[in-house]
Design a protein around this ligand. Sequence first.
Ligand code: TRP
Length: 340
Amino acid sequence: MDKKKIVLTGDRPTGPLHLGHYVGSLINRVHLQDTAQQFIMIADAQALTDNADNPEKIKQNIIEVALDYLSVGIDPNKSVIFIQSMVPQLFELTMYYLNLVSWNRLKHNPTVKAEITQRGFGETVPAGFMIYPISQAADITAFKADIVPVGEDQLPMLEQTSEIVRKFNRTYQCDVLVEPKVMASKLMRLPGTDGKAKMSKSLNNAIFLSEPFESLSKKVKRMYTDPNHLKVEDPGKVEGNPVFTYLDAFATDKEKLEEMKAHYQRGGLGDSVVKKYLLEVLEDFIAPIRTERARYAQDKEYVYRILKEHSEKAAAIAQQTLDEVKRAMGIDYFLEKVNI
Ligand code: TRP
């Protein structure tokens, strides 16, 4: 039998996860855990690279993200769910990889550049933030991940990782590190409730997996639709209309959805009717997640125990890779001493 593929993904714990995370990655993880050896990392150290002044926020969101994982069906008996900072081997690997990447190369990472602009860092960008792609290469290679399923904005990170893998193996004449493959995403990207391309907490256009019914209802009512669909009789546009994009993603009665789309395009179907249906559909989707989340939230001790045990398991694996890395570099000094 083929060896199980190793998959690694991660999230920065900067806020609770939303429908965009579900559609863009969580659903994929729920499926992958049945066939692959899956590692899911809560990237607290990476989150601190632009939140150094607020570690409390990161700490609180570690448990929120863990609750989100468990409540959507990521199974701790199938996936390893760990906290990045509890695996210090990752930071030692980072230190060695830093010497294999030029400063100039780092400065041109398009994702980091875009994030520096978004955050208004300019010249004050923390050094830790500049180098997080290298630390991400450590996350990926420590587990010898074959596959890293990520969205488009993370592709430069994977390129960076591949470069490091090749350079390491070439420089130290070994095949210790494994080059990861991107998982070509067949998944959709969910727009924000305001119609912007991306759902994001910081853009204030997100519906959370833990959204209470009252605020869900408010958010759906305020959603952006076709701005030219003024009167009920007017024909409306379905493409680029986030209400229909969400229905595409979450409605299970596809026949009803197709009828609604045709009616909307013809004219005679009001936004409020479509939104009422969307609210039903989303509530059907979120209600069981909310219930599961409340159940796990009652037993945070259990959740922390999983995180601790899984972090220990992850650390043991990362230590093996670190040992191989040091051996390949010839810096496993005390092991050598035995032979003197
Ligand atoms: N950079 C990723 C994000 O912002 C999080 C992350 C950290 C990650 N380490 C990773 C993703 C390793 C994939 C693999 O979402």
